[in-house]
Design a protein around this ligand. Structure first.
Ligand SMILES: CC(C)(COP(=O)(O)OP(=O)(O)OC[C@H]1O[C@@H](n2cnc3c(N)ncnc32)[C@H](O)[C@@H]1OP(=O)(O)O)[C@@H](O)C(=O)NCCC(=O)NCCS
Length: 145
């Protein structure tokens, strides 16, 4: 039985680390703005076990139009739980929350390997591929909500 709930920034780190920062220290999982009041973290639970996370930051991209923009960061599902629809559950929760906050657009830096996942959820690419040091090739993606 899977459910999505809001969680604290600290709760995200045990999922951020193995999925997004493998082999790197826990400090590499702390993102600037994690504890701002405008930031929200979501977790998807398999019964009581946290197995996936996503975070929404109030942040505008210079590449995207929109007066109220939220950035999705730290989207990750444990390898044991991928391809079961949990990423979609997290995206849906983040989008619903952003609508309640009167956001007009959600955007993010998508890993190239995850672009297909986000396209299925209705996101589009803006601009050219670029590299984030230590992480790899990315595209800016966005969806008006
Ligand atoms: C990308 C990620 C968050 C997707 O989560 P998930 O729970 O595996 O995705 P879902 O099961 O909800 O997939 C929803 C749909 O997207 C598809 N999909 C999932 N991952 C995909 C990928 N990497 N490429 C293309 N399609 C993908 C699924 O097959 C499914 O399609 P369907 O509805 O036709 O069956 C997860 O695989 C992950 O954490 N990957 C490693 C970290 C990462 O890359 N994070 C994103 C950083 S930008």
């Amino acid at each position: 039985m899977y459910s999505v709930k809001q969680i604290s920034s600290q709760e995200t780190y045990p999922v951020r680390q193995p999925v997004l920062r493998p082999g790197k220290p826990i400090e590499s999982c702390i993102f600037p703005g994690d504890d701002l009041p405008s930031t929200t973290h979501f977790g998807v639970f398999d019964n009581n076990r946290l197995v996936g996370i996503a975070s929404l930051f109030l942040s505008a991209s210079p590449d995207i139009e929109g007066s109220m923009q939220y950035q999705l960061r730290g989207m990750a599902v444990l390898a044991t739980h991928q391809k079961k629809g949990l990423g979609d559950m997290l995206l849906a929760a983040a989008e619903k929350h952003a609508v309640n906050l009167n956001a007009d657009v959600i955007w993010f830096n998508a890993r190239e390997v995850a672009v297909g996942f986000y396209k299925k959820a209705g996101y589009e690419i803006a601009g050219d591929i670029f590299t984030i040091p230590d992480v790899g090739p990315h595209y800016v993606m966005f969806k008006y909500i």
